[in-house]
Design a protein around this ligand. Sequence first.
Ligand code: ZN
Length: 198
Amino acid sequence: MLHAAYEYDRNTLGWLESIAGEWGWVYNTAMNVEIIRSARRKKTISARLDGDTMIVQAPAEMPEKELNEAIETLRGRLLKRQAKRTLSDDDLEQRASLMNRRYFNGKLNWQSIRWVSNQNKRYGSCTPAKKTIRISHRVGTLPQWVQDYVIVHELAHLQQANHGPRFWELVNRYPLTERARGYLMALGLEEVEDPPFL
Ligand SMILES: [Zn+2]
């Protein structure tokens, strides 16, 4: 299991993540924040994750500065918790739906997307004819932004059953594609998939 550490970067207002001693930026649009102020709430603030949004409930009179600091702390905790958790097939399905909405206008549909433990060299595979996607369990331990790339890659095969220019046009809608490919290459995970569509 890769050990990850997180630090909030006040310059970029984003989270930095360290994997095996190497620091990188965390892709965390999965951390939109919605603040609900309540007059009934006196002192405490609470947060829960709803899809890709952190919903924060805060006292009506809490100063902005204090609230922002508390939110930073909570975001850090939620990110850490997310990183530790091994995803279930349900989580994978939800993540794929999110990527579908975000990068494919929600137009894709598939039969199944699930984790498999028999793909040690490949990070994933897609069988467009059956609309089934399998993601290697090894991907489940990688940072969320790398997992998102793998999901977007396999989803794109539902529309383009090859690795041609039109395929990469779709995949490059995900802004960290090039970085994620480098990351996977460094780990020795290939993007060679099952032959059905080759
Ligand atoms: Zn591919």
